[in-house]
Ligand binder design. Structure first.
Ligand SMILES: [Zn+2]
Length: 454
């Protein structure tokens, strides 16, 4: 009995902050986030003034400088840059014209895939073979593929309710298609954009070459033009394609993670990291992916400062560089943390867009997960109810080996892949209130997790 009473008392103590109860703190966090426009203005700046923040580009540097200043303005105790090695890939001229004896000529809406090798300035001229998966390459075989352009046309599985799963059902064509087709002698690949939308935007993203396999050019085609190309091939399977994409890989260069922190009042040597990634594809403002996650992380610092919330642990906002191409920002951050012997208690990533918050995913189970789920009651007034197992993000995943709880911010993601990696991911696609609700939710969760001592 005595033990139970002690536990209850300890729980009560651990859930009080400056004599206030967490529910009241959350009210103040939401009130402030929903009536202040700093994060929205920061988002506007990143979208309109640093569009196309590709690693190593002048725009990426401008974004580094801007967020450095924004973290100072938010009230961080200290702000610094962490040097990160990054690839330097550059888009060139790109054009894809198909010519059919039946239908005439048409230019497809394409975008080279990140890290892809290019064609010559005249480009490639060849027939196209349409496939839907790697098995089909095997079935057709070298005889039918050698010297041709392979067109991967498997749509995302729209029956999957989780839009990330739908994306996942199609994305291996983009990430591995070039090398898989090259094994059969293909000279280039055209990949249907990995999105549930039927639109005119090519959605780019990284492609990865397998060691020892000849590198061939790879481009994404808009889903509408993928449909059109497929129809044309049905009426004229020997149509001719002229593909030009003069992108190139330059020598690796350097950029930065941008880090700002509020020192912990009780356990300053323990860290909670909240982040998004600052880099974005060159063809986009990168509003949802992921300027939004960056400004929400900065906003957490501002909210804590403005409201006088003094976290027990050191809380950091991190703008990771190079999430898109090879993840060196996240790895560098974890390596430095390890070198310094930092204890990483938890890490949250916001990289699923900044639509209306639904909840959080936790890479935890058992009693730990139950404790985390017990926090959901504080979010009921805000209609944020999903506290589930499974979550994280690619930038924070290297911290997992150091014991950091992995948390993924989970907004509604049904619209996310309409924007993802395309010119459609603009500032105008972000709703101010949804952005603010997300910032408040993230700051609230971090405040509660710091209290929880799971
Ligand atoms: Zn992203």
């Amino acid at each position: 009995m005595l033990k139970i009473i002690i536990v209850i008392i300890l729980t009560l103590i651990s859930f009080s902050l400056n004599g206030q109860d967490p529910g009241k703190i959350l009210t103040s966090v939401f009130d402030e986030a929903l009536t202040d426009t700093t994060a929205y203005a920061n988002l506007r700046y990143l979208c309109k003034n640093t569009r196309g923040r590709l690693d190593g580009s002048p725009m990426a540097q401008k974004a580094v400088e801007f967020t450095y200043k924004a973290l100072i303005a938010a009230g961080a105790d200290s702000v610094w840059l962490q040097k990160v090695p990054v690839p330097s890939w550059e888009r060139g001229f790109e054009k894809c014209r198909i010519t059919s004896t039946v239908k005439g000529s048409n230019d497809l809406s394409i975008s080279a895939l990140g890290l892809s090798v290019g064609t010559s300035e005249k480009g490639l001229v060849s027939n196209i073979v349409e496939v839907h998966d790697f098995e089909e390459l095997k079935t057709i075989g070298r005889k039918g593929i050698e010297g041709k352009i392979v067109f991967f046309n498997r749509p995302a599985d729209n029956k999957l309710i989780n839009s990330f799963s739908g994306y996942g059902s199609a994305v291996n064509q983009r990430t591995q298609g070039a090398s898989e087709a090259s094994k059969y002698g293909a000279i280039a690949v055209i990949v249907r954009s990995a999105t549930q939308s039927l639109d005119d935007f090519p959605h780019t993203g990284v492609t990865r070459y397998e060691d020892g396999v000849k590198k061939i050019p790879a481009v994404a085609v808009s889903t509408k033009d993928a449909e059109l190309l497929s129809q044309w091939l049905k009426t004229d399977s020997s149509l001719i394609c002229n593909l030009i994409s003069t992108c190139k890989n330059n020598p690796d260069t350097w950029s930065y993670n941008v880090i700002g922190e509020i020192r912990g009042s009780v356990m300053p040597d323990q860290y909670i990291t909240v982040g998004g990634h600052l880099d974005a594809w060159d063809i986009t403002e990168g509003a949802h992916d992921d300027a939004g996650g960056c400004v929400q992380s900065i906003e957490m610092i501002r909210l804590f400062r403005k409201l006088g919330i003094k976290p027990k642990r050191t809380v950091r906002a991190v703008m990771f560089m190079n999430e898109e191409m090879s993840g060196t920002g996240g790895r560098t951050y974890a390596e430095e943390a390890k070198k310094k012997g930092e204890i990483h208690y938890a890490a949250l990533e916001s990289d699923r867009g900044v639509m209306s918050p639904r909840g959080f995913g936790f890479d935890a189970d058992g009693i730990k997960l139950e404790k985390l789920q017990s926090l959901s009651k504080y979010f009921i007034p805000y209609n944020i109810r999903d506290f589930d197992m499974g979550g994280g993000g690619s930038d924070i995943s290297p911290l997992k080996a150091m014991g950091a709880l992995q948390i993924g911010y989970m907004p509604d993601t049904q619209r996310y892949f309409s924007y993802h990696h395309s010119a459609n991911d603009t500032f105008e696609q972000v709703n101010i209130r949804e952005l603010q609700m997300g910032s408040a939710a993230i700051a609230s969760l971090i405040y509660l997790i710091d209290l929880l001592d799971y």
